[in-house]
Design a protein around this ligand. Structure first.
Ligand code: MG
Length: 377
């Protein structure tokens, strides 16, 4: 159980739920960071009284300084502000910013041995080897917040060396079973309406395209130190099982709970202990059937692409994730169609030159190229 936390991305869906969990568990909120939602950030500052808060957008930071001039809180801006928020005097950092911007602050927090409550999957997708190596070197604990990885983490506690295979479950999203012709006219409004989970816009689109499962596939490889062949994606539309592990003797362990992100968030904060929670409990008398099937690579091209990038390694996952961020933003802005997301990402990945054993600079360069390619096609 931690006693103080910094929440990066505090105005987003995971960030707001992290603050609610911290309040419920009596954890002091030491710092907050957001991209530009000044109104909500001001409310959060007044409620949680952090010593430091950062806004990525400099104009928004200036507005916030005026708004909270009556409080003893220091306001930072830009990437520097985000990095400072990750390293103020706190035991743990919730990394809930969306996208690759979370990478450097996460590495900073690792260097200061803070617990990383990891909710930014792009960090591991882009630079998994670098991040995991830094965590091992500094002795920083990474506790996943993503529901699937939290499930795997919980199933593996005390038995890492018994692992045979990870069974990564996914609901299949709102367009499960739809062909490319059927998804052609999908609108942003349809894509952000997920049947089981309430999430931010970017991750909701990723769930619809199943790029989210692809990012999670790569995230799992790094977090648990396994190869792509040791992870099997299983479609499970009810989202009751959050993922499973198969052990060397054939035993399968699963973690089940209601699909509410509040639970894995709370667990990342209370680990290795547990605390009471206000969430609904599973009622097996009322649950009904649980269904499982294999993903169809024809109908989930983003997942297939991600698994291919996972095998290629190097800068391919970083290029894919960066191109996807750009493509999803263009789709949400109404500038490209739903099927263009895959086309743009696949096209960008093909054009970014391969680099074996990339440095952080190589990764950031591939990230920049991929974003440019995805935007210009
Ligand atoms: Mg997930």
């Amino acid at each position: 159980m931690i006693h103080s936390v910094s929440v990066l991305g505090s105005t987003g869906s995971i960030g707001r739920q992290s603050l609610a969990a911290a309040e419920r568990l009596g954890i002091r909120v030491e710092a907050l960071a957001a991209q530009r939602s000044v109104g909500l950030l001001e409310e959060q500052i007044r409620r949680f009284r952090p010593s430091y808060a950062a806004v990525y957008d400099p104009a928004a930071a200036a507005a916030l300084r005026v708004a909270v001039a009556d409080l003893p809180v220091e306001i930072g801006e830009g990437l520097e502000g985000l990095r400072r928020a990750a390293t103020v005097g706190c035991e743990a950092v919730v990394t809930a910013v969306s996208g690759a911007v979370g990478l450097r602050p996460t590495l900073d927090a690792i260097a200061e041995k803070k617990r990383i409550c990891l909710a930014n999957k792009e960090t591991l997708v882009c630079a998994g080897s670098i991040v995991m190596e830094a965590a091992a070197r500094h002795g920083a604990q990474i506790v996943p917040v993503d529901s699937e990885h939290s499930a795997i983490f919980q199933c593996l506690e005390g038995r890492r060396e018994q692992l045979k295979k990870i069974l990564l479950t996914g609901s299949g999203g709102p367009f499960r079973g739809w062909s490319r012709a059927e998804t052609a006219a999908v609108t942003p409004e349809q894509a952000v309406r997920h049947p089981n989970w309430h999430m931010g816009a970017k991750i909701s689109v990723d769930s619809a395209t199943m790029m989210n499962k692809g990012l999670e596939f790569i995230e799992a490889m790094h977090l648990f130190g396994v190869s792509p062949d040791d992870i099997q994606v299983v479609i499970h539309p009810q989202s009751v099982i959050h993922s499973m592990v198969e052990l060397i003797d054939g035993t399968v362990l699963a973690q089940l709970a209601v699909p509410d992100m509040g639970l894995p968030i709370q667990y990342a904060m209370t680990w290795p202990e547990r605390a009471d929670s206000p969430y609904e409990r599973l009622d097996f008398w009322k649950m009904g059937d649980m269904h499982f099937e294999a993903p169809d690579p024809e109908k989930t091209p983003c997942l297939a692409l991600a698994m291919d990038c996972a095998r290629r390694g190097g800068v391919a996952p970083a290029a894919m994730s960066a191109a996807n961020e750009t493509a999803v933003a263009l789709f949400l802005a109404g500038r490209i169609g739903y099927n263009d997301i895959y086309d743009r990402v696949a096209g960008a990945v093909d054009r970014v030159p391969a680099v074996a054993d990339p440095t952080l600079e190589d990764i950031l360069a591939a990230d920049g190229l991929a974003r440019a390619y995805a935007a210009e096609q």
